[in-house]
Write a protein that binds this ligand. Sequence first.
Ligand code: SF4
Length: 372
Amino acid sequence: MSAKDANTILQKAAGGERLSPEDGLLLLERAELNDLGAAALAVKNRLHPEPVATFVIDRNINYTNVCVADCDFCAFYRRPGDVEAYVLPRETLYRKIRELAAIGGTQILMQGGHHPRLQIEWYEELLSDLRREFPDVHRHAFSPSEIVFFSKLWKLPVREIVRRFKAAGLQSIPGGGGEILVDRVRKIIAPKKAMTDEWLDVYVQAHAEGLKGSVSMVIGHYETLAERIEHLERVRQVQDRCGGLDAGPWTAFIVWTMQPDHTLLEGKIRKAGAVEYLRMLAVSRLYLDNIRNLQASWVTQGAKVGQLSFLHGCNDWGGFMMEENVVSQAGTVHRVQIEQMRRMSAELGLTLRQRNFFYELIDAPPEPVAAG
Ligand code: SF4
């Protein structure tokens, strides 16, 4: 295959045609970064014609660090009984959410470890307490991996758990634990976590119950390029099966790079750099024609690469997060203030706007600049 073939595929994608897995793989292997970026930007501009870069103010709350999944790449979890193991008491949770609301935050992203003793009633009470105390703060909580774990622990179908969680106050499901949706890879890095079919099925069940979510991908460990495309293909198929663009379960897609520092993977894998990240982002934008939003992963990549993401298919900064235990404890501490995002967006000709989970703009539009 030559560069010319890659350019033909890029033109096809930029023009709105769907890519095959072979096309996607060829692009990942052969296309020039500049060409990938230009095509991904064309697709992003078609999906988002307004010159706007969005963000949400949220807070990542890890309600417990107790976990029995033992993922090699995780610096965050503690085994049951460890002196540093915790389950957050209500007053701590409430204080965190009050602090969030005080800075205009609208959403919590609440995930935990796979706690082997908490029962479904504990989670239902937690959700309904949060709904009662903070009715205006969106509850984006419990990754598919957690829900699959709960299903096995409590011997309840996923559908019933989702239904009960929704009735108690759950509003959407984050894409945590997706890593690479290929069982060969999952068996290496997280063998005790949900396998591919189980993970994806949580969203099929959630969609049937009227819940949406986001979906992610973590690159830079044991996966091959073909397996990255397989991940995209599985995601695209499920979104199609559930109604496609804007009707399927996913509002957004996020690419992360593995952060191996201070984990069992440190020194064993080669960290993915900015160029690899941007290439994957652009191919994701071209491949996932049925997911409208792509978030920049500035938490792991830093602000400057976050800004470049907007030239490679992203339309959203993701969360201005007040806390990110899992990533920051692995040595990555990047914090971009809103004003910095505003300036960086403006450099790209984009106006920064605050949104909610559903990508509805919720801030006042900026004043037009007076002529003369
Ligand atoms: S990544 Fe999540 S599931 Fe895996 S060990 Fe860490 S807390 Fe547990």
